[in-house]
Design a protein around this ligand. Structure first.
Ligand SMILES: Nc1ncnc2c1ncn2[C@@H]1O[C@H](COP(=O)(O)OP(=O)(O)OP(=O)(O)O)[C@@H](O)[C@H]1O
Length: 324
């Protein structure tokens, strides 16, 4: 479905001089430095897979997605999506591909959402019947009907993301490139998007490549992860393999009413008593479950709050480096 071979992207960035005169001088300067955003990466994605493409800030994720979708030309290497080059056969690939950039909308900012969809309907030459079916379907799945007459600029972030997802699917593509589709959303909105994407992947068999900074997105959606850092792939495997290889820790933050009496828990290496009667417990889900941990902690004192969190992408990358 997606084939990436020895892909590279190098940007030429002008070298700026300090100070205001320096900045003006830089405008006319020929001095550049080279930023190797993506360096020699290769992978393939099969039909129906949902792959998490993760890495810290500046790792090269968006640059890869932009090359896969034909927005950027690679400096070297090749990409094919369903056997076609996104650069040379952009209109063919565009028919099979939906794309969402969480950081910026692809809808018309000042128009009511409905008008944006009308424009897309014309662009993709949808029949009126298919268009009406699209509106009904994505009202059911994402609730777009409740804000369809609102100008895009007035939508909440969660509504805007749902609107963008629906727009990316208006032509019923087979592949979805999603660049941080849950960024900035609250827990409820994130869960709604995740449930929707699960439906798209598991029931509609859409192939999904997803970049995110949220390990919960990966946990709930992806069977496979590709980890990228400094433009190179440092790990490509199943989520389980990643977990086993680096002992991916999960975190439990407990808030006690008074100072807890902390005692060791078998299979748990990290227990940290923090300020204000909080205890951070890092554990490996392959070795111990949350109910078992709570069986121990209820003897420590009265628990008033429990928060579960997945490790940050940064700590995943750090752990991979340490394990290599
Ligand atoms: N148009 C551009 N011109 C120059 N440098 C760029 C350009 N786009 C990206 N870069 C650089 O390429 C590197 C990779 O950027 P990219 O946006 O792909 O990272 P990312 O993994 O998506 O990061 P983030 O998680 O912060 O979105 C960075 O060093 C970035 O500054």
């Amino acid at each position: 479905m997606i084939e990436v071979k020895n892909l590279q992207k190098t940007f030429q960035v002008p070298i700026t001089q300090p100070g205001i005169f320096g900045s003006i001088r830089s405008l006319f300067s020929r001095q550049h430095r080279r930023v190797k955003a993506v360096q020699n990466i290769s992978f393939s994605v099969e039909t129906g897979e949902c792959v998490g493409y993760i890495g810290p800030n500046g790792a090269g994720k968006s640059t890869t997605i932009k090359m896969l979708s034909g927005i950027l030309h690679p400096s070297d290497g090749t990409v094919t999506v369903m056997g076609h080059s996104p650069q040379q056969e952009r209109s063919i690939v565009a028919r099979h591909m939906g794309i969402v950039f969480g950081q910026r909308t692809q809808l018309w900012w000042d128009l009511p959402l409905r008008d944006s969809y009308e424009i897309l309907k014309q662009m993709y030459q949808l029949s009126e019947m298919d268009f009406q079916r699209f509106l009904r379907r994505y009202d059911d799945l994402l609730g777009i009907g409740s804000f369809i007459d609102t100008p895009v600029r007035k939508l909440s972030l969660g509504q805007r993301m749902r609107a963008d997802l629906a727009a990316a699917l208006i032509h019923d593509p087979t592949v979805l490139f999603l660049d941080e589709p849950t960024i900035g959303l609250d827990v409820v909105a994130k869960n709604r998007i995740r449930t929707f994407l699960q439906t798209m992947n598991r029931e509609q068999k859409k192939t999904i490549l997803l970049t995110t900074h949220d390990m919960d997105d990966i946990e709930s959606l992806c069977q496979r992860v590709i980890v990228i850092n400094h433009g190179t792939i440092i790990l490509d495997g199943t989520l389980d393999a990643l977990r086993q290889r680096i002992g991916l820790p999960s975190e439990l933050l407990l808030q006690f009413a008074t100072t807890p009496t902390v005692t060791p828990i078998p299979e748990v290496e990290h227990i940290d008593l923090q300020a204000e009667n909080r205890v951070l417990i890092r554990y490996d889900r392959a070795r111990i479950t949350v109910p078992t941990i709570l069986d121990f902690t209820r003897h420590w004192g009265e628990t008033v709050d429990i928060q579960m969190q997945e490790p940050s992408i940064e700590s995943v990358v750090e752990t991979i480096y340490r394990a290599r």
